[in-house]
Write a protein of this length. Structure first.
Length: 334
């Protein structure tokens, strides 16, 4: 089964062809990061315009790389949400055009299910498993008892972890997106500052990062006012240690409670070196899988693969009423 994946939920225009939910024949990602960097964050209106400019090229290149023709596709999977609505609509409408023109069925995919299924490209899911989803917009623990079944155990009560990284980076004067920069600097520093570990011992599977973020930002501000030098590498390291301690502790709690066979870490922050190392050091009884870097950040291969498994489970397609939704629950139908 050849599945065309389309992803335009934020600032990456991406199209991919995968075979049987496993083999990635092409995965073209056109990133707009250099454009948004100037503004210190993604500007929705600019993102939409850039998707429009790039999407035809990205479709063409993905088909060329896969050495396949549109008529040979079996399914089109497109991110329907959540994300920036103006960006989502461009991917959804482009996917509909191909679907209509070549009579290929279409299916809408939740962006986070894509991030989770990125781990099934290079590894094989064994159930039950826990997915820790950590991205710019999400921080969630999800229990999967079988393919394409998602039970949300807990989530952030305020900021997503990637968002906290980006805000801390901004006050430190580091470029956007801050996550990878903070990560790189953290590796060069030591844990000099003691930051709080919010909700680390709470009885649930929820998270909270806004208090930690404010604590870090206030300390930076106070030190600057006192003309004390902020050691940026140590600052980043201390923040990263606090964040990853909480993420790992809550994942272990969920693992023990639900007696799962695997942990998969998903989303942009799964690229974080500190998180990767701490997860592997502290969880040794079951496998912990991280997607390789190219499948961590937004890409269409993960959407294509998730679409394949969604279809296997539900055995139904969407119709042309399929629409983009800026906000969408992981279990919400279309
Ligand atoms: O999943 P993603 O590409 O987009 C969303 O769906 O949100 O995640 C982007 C987020 C950004 O906040 C970015 O700063 C963060 O992932 N990120 C990282 C790292 N690489 C990307 N955060 C910490 N360490 C990293 N190495
Ligand atoms: Zn994402």
């Amino acid at each position: 089964m050849y599945v065309l994946g389309v992803e335009t939920s934020c600032d990456e225009t991406s199209v991919s062809v995968t075979k049987d939910g496993k083999e990635v024949l092409s995965n073209v990602v056109l990133s707009q990061i250099d454009i948004h960097k100037e503004y210190g964050g993604v500007v929705p209106e600019i993102a939409s315009r850039e998707h429009i400019k790039g999407i035809t090229y990205v479709f063409d290149q993905a088909m060329k790389d896969a050495k396949i023709e549109y008529k040979d596709l079996d399914l089109i999977a497109v991110t329907q949400g959540p994300g920036l609505i103006g960006s989502l609509l461009i991917g959804v409408n482009a996917a509909k055009v191909i679907s209509l023109n070549y009579h290929i069925p279409i299916i809408g995919v939740h962006h986070i299910t894509g991030h989770i299924y990125a781990s099934n490209i290079e590894h094989d899911f064994e159930f039950p498993l826990i997915a820790l989803v950590v991205s710019g917009g999400h921080t969630e623990l999800i229990l999967m008892k079988e393919h394409f079944s998602f039970e949300k155990l807990g989530e952030t009560q305020d900021d997503a972890v990637g968002e906290a990284y980006d805000k801390v980076a901004r006050v430190l004067g580091l470029p956007y997106p801050g996550g990878p920069v903070v990560d790189r600097l953290a590796k060069q520093g030591v844990e000099e500052y003691q930051f709080p570990r919010p909700m680390i011992d709470s009885d649930d599977f929820n998270f909270s990062f806004s208090g930690l973020k404010s604590h870090v930002i206030n300390l930076n501000h106070n030190m600057q006012q006192r003309n004390e030098e902020v050691h940026v590498e140590n600052f980043c390291r201390s923040f990263q240690e606090a964040v990853t301690d909480v993420l790992v502790a809550k994942t272990i709690k969920a693992k023990d409670h639900y007696q799962v066979k695997q942990i998969v870490v998903a989303g942009g922050v799964a690229a974080n070196s500190g998180l990767r190392q701490k997860m592997k050091e502290r969880i040794t009884d079951i496998p912990v899988y991280f997607p390789s870097m190219k499948y961590c950040t937004d890409n269409a291969a993960m959407i294509s693969v998730a679409g394949y498994y969604k279809y296997q489970k539900e055995q139904k397609y969407d119709d042309f009423m399929l629409n983009g939704s800026g906000r969408l629950d992981i279990n919400e139908g279309e």
